[in-house]
Design a protein around this ligand. Structure first.
Ligand SMILES: [Zn+2]
Length: 242
């Protein structure tokens, strides 16, 4: 059996597993561009350009430089720098592992594109200190919210208009509880162009009866334009039937 060493360029990608009959794809951690799983030459080309592959427009220059030159390592003769480097890598691996274990995170979180983007950004700021929780819960949260609104707006536009060949949208809702035990009703738009989490309504002090849920969904339908809604999906828990 021949085992192959994975090309280092895979560090710039995450593998999106095959699902719903679709083949596995790879996603660039810098620009989120995805393409069919392919050889490392194509993966390198997206980072450094060439070979008719779309060049990444988000990748930092130093990452491009890393893959631009062909560096051939002499086998079994690691340099002193490489030896020190590998002990630093082991320390970093242990720190990441402890963070995941202590915070009770799912192991798969270390493969998330957001986690890799975070590490990539932090590694460029020696002596970096993370933001305080107040800034995280105010400025940084609203900035991230604004960025995601811009990102998902084209999906909502495509699903709620006659432009293109998307067959409209479905509105789905279900009850949930947030980390402070507030009762929520989540509303999600699903469509051929993508899925968008529209809102988590805080229903504290209100009875989640059928009329209340219907009014809430009607408001969403009104805002989105009801003409292209093909389906409204909600569950049938006892309060929602009442
Ligand atoms: Zn990219």
């Amino acid at each position: 059996m021949v085992s192959r060493i994975k090309d280092p360029v895979w560090a710039e990608y995450v593998l999106l597993p095959a699902e719903n009959g679709k083949a596995a794809r790879v996603q660039c951690i810098h620009c989120d561009h995805t393409f069919a799983q392919s050889g490392s030459t194509r993966l390198r080309s997206h980072i450094i350009g060439g070979l008719g592959v779309t060049k990444c427009d988000q990748v930092p220059d130093e990452v491009v430089a890393k893959y631009s030159g062909r560096v051939t390592a002499v086998r079994n003769q690691p340099s002193i720098l490489a030896a020190f480097g590998s002990s630093r890598v082991l320390t970093a691996d242990a720190a990441v592992a402890e963070f995941v274990f202590e915070e009770g995170l799912a192991f798969a979180k270390v493969e998330s594109p957001a986690f890799k983007r975070m590490l990539s950004a932090v590694s460029k700021c020696p002596g970096y200190s993370p933001p305080k929780r107040t800034r995280l819960s105010t400025t940084l949260l609203s900035d991230a919210f604004d960025r995601s609104k811009v990102k998902v707006q084209p999906i909502v536009d495509a699903a709620t208009s006659s432009v293109g060949n998307t067959p409209g949208y479905s509105l789905c809702s279900d009850g949930a509880t947030d980390i402070t035990s507030r009762p929520l009703v989540n509303v999600v738009l699903t469509s051929a162009s993508g899925n968008v989490f529209l809102n988590a309504h805080d229903t504290s002090g209100k009875k989640k009866k059928a009329k209340f849920i219907a009014d809430l969904l009607a408001d969403h339908l009104e805002a989105l334009g009801p003409d292209h809604c093909v389906l409204v999906v909600t569950d049938a828990c006892v309060p929602e039937l009442a």
